[in-house]
Design a protein around this ligand. Structure first.
Ligand code: ADP
Length: 250
């Protein structure tokens, strides 16, 4: 049995008197896909922002990979492998898929543009970037500018740039938002594939996807954990059915 790679204890965030996240004890087991679900305004995004250190908690602690990161800076936790997949807007639209991944690869190593001139360095970066693009199914789009990629493929590129940072825990913020069936199937398969070597924590509204992918689901409501468990377990919970799924009578 593996341990918890990410744990929050009493995590609380208050915005000018309004408690958006209240006393959340979240435990994410290493090597699993863990989904955070809940109605709009439940506090999911705030939790993500707290965990990735974009926001400071009002109270509580966050442990990641055996370390207390409650007071750590966002770039430090990202460097340590707790990486959030950024929105599509963070991908450089006019750079090719290869260039985008190559830039992401340069970040953790701190390679400067001066080094970039060295032919062998450039070639090894290109090779790693191509491998990552292949891993996410984008081999045929290597030279395509990000802006010209079909929607689902942009998400795959975003995942490739995140993988370039060698995450141990990858946080995905609504990876299926705005996607059709085909893209959902493709990105689901991709998430399952990347989760073989790492932990995935995702916020996702599509319950079919959540049911299909997640080992564990945490249901948030009004900033608090309402239920936690497998999809079967949480969907049997009467409070969850009433509050979130709207199927309390079934
Ligand atoms: P979710 O992602 O589950 O939809 P959020 O975490 O975005 O929920 O928001 C939770 C609650 O906190 C909402 O009521 C929202 O209006 C409030 N909130 C989020 N960010 C801020 C902020 N920066 N200032 C004030 N209130 C905020």
């Amino acid at each position: 049995m593996t341990g918890f790679i990410l744990e929050t204890e009493g995590l609380t965030k208050q915005f000018a008197g309004f408690v958006a996240v209240k006393d959340v004890h979240l435990k994410v087991r290493e090597g699993t896909i863990h989904a955070l679900i809940g109605p709009n305004g439940a506090g999911k995004t705030t939790c993500f922002n707290l965990i990735t250190k974009f926001l400071q908690p009002s109270a509580g602690t966050i442990r990641y990979d055996g370390k207390d990161i409650t007071k750590a800076a966002p770039h430090d936790v990202a460097q340590d492998g707790l990486v959030r997949s950024f929105q599509i807007s963070a991908v450089f639209p006019h750079l090719t898929a290869l260039e985008n991944v190559r830039l992401a690869l340069q970040r953790p190593t701190g390679l400067s543009f001066r080094f970039w001139k060295a032919e062998h360095v450039l070639e090894s970066l290109n090779e790693r970037a191509r491998d990552l693009l292949e891993a996410v199914g984008l081999s045929e789009f290597v030279e395509t500018p990000a802006v010209s990629l079909p929607y689902g493929r942009k998400r795959a590129l975003e995942i490739a740039t995140t993988l370039a940072l060698e995450p141990k825990v990858m946080l995905l913020d609504e990876p299926m938002a705005g996607m059709g069936h085909e893209d959902i199937a493709r990105v689901s398969a991709l998430i399952r594939k990347v989760s073989k070597d790492r932990t995935v924590l995702m916020v996702e509204h599509n319950l079919e996807v959540v049911a299909d992918l997640s080992d564990t689901i945490t249901v948030l409501q009004r900033g608090q954990i309402l239920a936690e468990g497998t999809y079967e377990e949480v969907s049997r919970n009467e409070e969850v059915r009433q509050a979130y799924m709207g199927t309390g009578d079934e």
